[in-house]
Write a protein that binds this ligand. Structure first.
Ligand code: F0G
Length: 487
């Protein structure tokens, strides 16, 4: 029998494979930190049914909707908000591997793997919260901050979810993990699989992901397949694959991923001394991250960790605006999928898997959903770069979206606003180079609009290697550039 001829493998909440083969031979049990017993359940977001195990596609066996993780003990009064805050703060001075992770430091609100299993961690989380003085001036919002998830080990927010889901994959005995990706998930998955002694399979749309992200997957040893389709096509194929083969899927359909990604909100609130911001603004692609942040906010409110909810808003690229259209045209009742096209390849997704979860958290927090043009996004990316921070194109939709939310007075200028920057500047150097060289938006129709961005461009200057040439260039720059607004 070929090794991948099995089907229908389930795993229970302890993570143990129920019918599976493919036990990892490279596990190193015994060295793990001690964890409490698992108490969580899988809950269907459609019919609400609870189960102790989930099928490989993480869909409800009754109504096919997506599953989420819930833990009755979180609500039972056993967790005290003040005690949790002080426990999490104290762990910041601990040297235990579990506490050095900015994800597992908040483990009371995460599903816990079996205590004898070591976690797979790269010290994810612990990402900075920056002020944005220039963007504050541009938007007129003085209390504007960026939570930079691009400062994670593989350069994107995916690592926070991957440490949890990869740990459960290994606990379930899987030898192979897999994902469909626009690049960041594959980079993160490949890294955590390598750390955990598992093999990884990456399905990416051919020609539509950045070389930086692809090269990460290659270096971390993934089996990388560039499929002649888009992200949505890759994800469809993965869904079929996991039904046929004992491969554990690490897309954000996997609810363990979202549990890890919840910690972004926990860490953010801790950095704000538990003072609730008014708005959190996040880019939307497959809509796992917004769902995870929203779930965290609702749980924090339930537990008394925060007294009120911030509004969680999602920004999409105009060319990949499935959630915008789902809310505007269908009132959030059914998905309006689109044929996605945008230079922000990370969010080039037309059929987002977690749209229902995202609609729920948007409605529960009172957030908005906006779309921005390619030019608005490119300008915002340059503005974030000019702060000395930088981010990848998909992350910059947050600042571009904020400008629109301020213009329509959904965000008031005296409110506290957090932009979630999801990926590092180095993730998409082609976009950055093309922008600065003026090659990004070609075509006559775009010329006048494109020219508006000239003041943000800093193309490299090629010179003879003489002191004179450098000094002349310096003098020209001094004359033409206004003084730096931060000084
Ligand atoms: N920002 C970046 C940098 C991303 O890589 C992604 C998604 C998103 C935003 C959107 O997050 O999907 O949770 O709504 N990237 C996925 C990937 C799809 O495969 O790397 P989402």
């Amino acid at each position: 029998m070929p090794p991948f001829a099995t089907s229908g493998q389930d795993f229970d909440k302890s993570g143990s494979s129920k019918s599976g083969s493919g036990k990892s031979g490279s596990d190193k049990p015994g060295s793990g930190p001690s964890l409490p017993r698992a108490t969580f359940r899988f809950r269907c977001i459609g019919c609400g049914s609870l189960s102790e195990s989930a099928a490989q596609d993480f869909r409800c066996s009754h109504c096919s909707n997506l599953l989420e993780i819930t833990d009755p003990t979180w609500k039972s009064g056993s967790l005290n908000a003040a005690a949790l805050k002080s426990l999490w703060r104290d762990r910041r001075s601990s040297r235990l591997p579990l506490d050095l992770s900015g994800v597992w430091r908040f483990r009371e609100l995460l599903p816990t793997p079996q205590s004898e299993q070591p976690i797979i961690t790269l010290r994810e989380g612990n990402t900075p919260l920056y002020d944005l003085p220039q963007s504050s001036r541009i938007t007129g919002v003085p209390r504007l901050f960026a939570k930079h998830q691009g400062m994670n080990p593989t350069g994107s927010f995916k690592d926070a979810g991957m440490t949890v889901a990869a740990t459960f994959a290994r606990q379930a005995g899987y030898r192979w993990v897999a994902c469909a990706s626009t690049g960041n998930t594959s980079a993160s998955m490949a890294a955590y699989a390598a750390r955990g002694g598992m093999r990884s399979l990456v399905l990416v749309p051919e020609g539509k992901i950045s070389w930086s992200k692809l090269s990460q997957a290659l270096d971390y040893g993934a089996l990388t397949c560039q499929l002649r389709t888009d992200f949505d096509g890759c994800l469809r194929l993965l869904q079929e694959l996991v039904r046929r083969a004992p491969i554990y899927q690490l897309n954000s359909i996997n609810p363990f991923r979202l549990e890890g990604q919840k910690t972004l909100a926990l860490e953010l609130l801790e950095q704000l001394d538990w003072q609730t911001p008014d708005h959190i603004i996040v880019p939307g692609g497959n809509l796992g991250n917004s769902s995870a942040i929203g779930k965290a906010l609702l749980e924090m409110l339930d537990l008394g960790l925060i007294p009120r909810l911030p509004k969680l808003s999602v920004i999409q690229a105009e060319g990949a605006n499935a959630l915008v259209r789902t809310l505007r045209e269908a009132g959030g009742k059914h998905l309006v999928s689109v044929q996605a096209e945008t230079r922000a390849t990370a969010i080039r997704i037309g059929n987002p898997a977690s749209w229902e979860k995202a609609v729920h958290v948007l409605q529960a927090t009172g957030g908005a959903c906006e779309q921005v043009s390619e030019l608005e996004m490119a300008q915002a990316k340059a503005e974030i770069g000019a702060e000395g921070i930088g981010c990848e194109p998909a992350s910059a939709v947050t600042l571009a979206g904020l400008k629109k939310l301020v213009a329509r007075r959904f965000v008031k200028q005296d409110e506290t606003v957090i932009l979630v920057l999801t990926g590092n500047l180095l993730k998409d150097p082609d976009f950055t180079m093309e922008f600065h060289r003026g090659d990004l938006f070609q075509g006559a129709a775009r010329e006048p609009e494109n020219a508006k961005l000239d003041r943000f461009r800093h193309p490299p200057v090629v010179l003879d290697a003489t002191l004179d040439a450098v000094i002349r260039t310096l003098e020209q720059a001094e004359k033409s550039d206004p003084p730096h607004p931060n000084v």
